[in-house]
Design a binder for this molecule. Structure first.
Ligand code: SF4
Ligand code: SF4
Length: 430
């Protein structure tokens, strides 16, 4: 009997070891591809080091010692509140093909790969960045996230936050303010820190510094859309998920300085004749970088990223009009939902408006609309975007993908044809 148990134990250990090995091999491969793209800024290294630390060296989040981690699964969970309560938010949306394969046996066939990857990580239980989280905060945004919340709650200390699906009525906001107060109580159980005006305002100040650097970066990109490869930019934005905000701010400050200096000298990362592409749609989470890499390998310049792993994640600062604990909590509820362009809301006019604005800002010539297989909310909105862009004469293509590499060649052909279409004028904007 003992023999049987130990054989079972070692089989499980071998399975976990194989998982870690395969995960880090994929992460190394994609990190290399990112690093091998020409014109990589020197200041990108700390960001790629973070991705290496978490996905290759299999370490936890990059943060000061002793700060507990809280896993979050959406940009609608305000990081300010978690920092205020003495913890660090770690965004755990999964991009791993290896974890997806594990999760594929747990979730229904048509669930999205991002949620399957999260379930895979959870069930195998070996990734330090997941394991060290003392609380999981899951927003109820789409059906996949709802079922994920239930799955995690059976295994981990979890809170499900009910995000309103409308946001124009005061009642919607009141509901989310109440959710954030409940969340703060859960955080107190983990950290022993009580909610206070002083802590909230300190945390808002710290995240505002990151938002300042990001706005500086966005401004630079508007002025010089070709100053950095979009894939490099996406790696820097992905790293925010696993880095303490004060460190990320420093890294971003250095990246801005380097890009600004190069742009002033006329050193661009892409040639002027490369078609300028905006990517929008389902999140693109490291190491699932096949689409941004293909865009740049096939001769496009990825100048803008509207996904929630891009600037959307840290774009909107809270507008605090009432300087009190409640005033800040209301400002956080507001900034997390009202300006958000995620199509999980009933009304998605803001999404169209924001994308139209980005098209102008970055002088975009074509849009790649990314749909993760099973991600219905983004798929629904495709038609609206197609109609709006049709009015402007800007080409758009819907690219569906899954978490594996079997579709890479097919994606390559479609992306190449799309870029050629823009390049040689058929259907491109004037
Ligand atoms: S796609 Fe929408 S619901 Fe999903 S993580 Fe991003 S913002 Fe949240
Ligand atoms: S919004 Fe899409 S990608 Fe995000 S969890 Fe839901 S189905 Fe998956």
């Amino acid at each position: 009997m003992n023999d049987y148990i130990s054989r079972q134990g070692s089989a499980e250990d071998r399975r976990k070891a194989r998982f870690l090995n395969k995960s880090s091999t994929t992460a190394i491969k994609y990190l290399r591809k990112i690093e091998d793209l020409p014109h990589k800024p020197d200041a990108l290294k700390p960001f790629t080091d973070v991705l290496k630390h978490v996905f290759v060296d299999m370490q936890g989040a990059v943060k000061p010692q002793g700060v507990p981690s809280v896993g979050t699964y959406c940009v609608m969970i305000p990081p300010e509140l978690i920092y205020a309560m003495g913890a660090m938010p770690v965004k755990l949306c999964g991009g791993s093909y290896t974890a997806f394969n594990v999760g594929d046996d747990i979730a229904p066939r048509d669930a999205c790969p991002l949620v399957k990857a999260i379930m895979g990580f959870e069930s195998i239980g070996v990734m330090p960045v997941y394991q060290e989280c003392q609380l999981m905060a899951v927003p109820i945004t789409c059906d996949c996230k709802k079922k994920l919340a239930g799955y995690l709650a059976e295994r981990r200390n979890t809170i499900a936050l009910h995000v309103p699906s409308g946001r124009d009525r005061d009642e919607d906001m009141e509901q989310y303010v109440r959710e954030l107060y409940l969340f703060s109580q859960k955080l107190t159980e983990v950290t022993d820190v009580e909610l206070s005006y002083e802590r909230l305002s300190w945390a808002c100040g710290m995240t505002a510094a990151a938002q300042y650097e990001l706005s500086r970066f966005i401004e630079l990109r508007r002025k010089y859309p070709l100053a950095i490869k979009g894939t490099h930019y996406m790696a820097a934005m992905n790293a925010i998920s696993y880095t303490h905000i004060s460190l990320w701010t420093r890294y971003m400050h250095n990246l801005c300085d380097e890009i600004e200096a190069k742009a002033k000298r006329g050193e661009m990362a892409s040639k002027e004749n490369r078609p300028r592409i905006l990517i929008t749609g389902s999140p693109i989470v490291f190491p699932n970088f096949k689409i941004p890499l293909l865009i740049e390998e096939m001769g496009g310049a990825l100048v803008a990223d509207e996904t929630c792993m891009g600037e959307r994640g840290a774009y909107d600062p809270p507008a605090i009009v009432d300087q009190s604990t409640d005033g800040i909590m209301r400002a956080l509820a507001n900034k997390s939902t009202r300006p958000c362009t995620c199509p999980t809301f009933v009304d998605n006019k803001r999404r169209v408006y924001r994308i139209m604005q980005m098209l102008k800002d970055y002088r975009v010539q074509g849009v790649i609309y990314h749909v993760l297989r099973g991600c219905l909310v983004y798929d629904y909105e495709y038609q609206v975007m197609e109609e709006e862009l049709g009015k402007l004469g800007i080409p758009i293509i819907r690219i569906e993908s899954d978490y594996n590499e079997e579709d890479v060649e097919q994606l390559r052909i479609r992306i190449e044809a799309f870029i050629e279409l823009i390049k040689y004028g058929k259907g491109s904007s004037k």
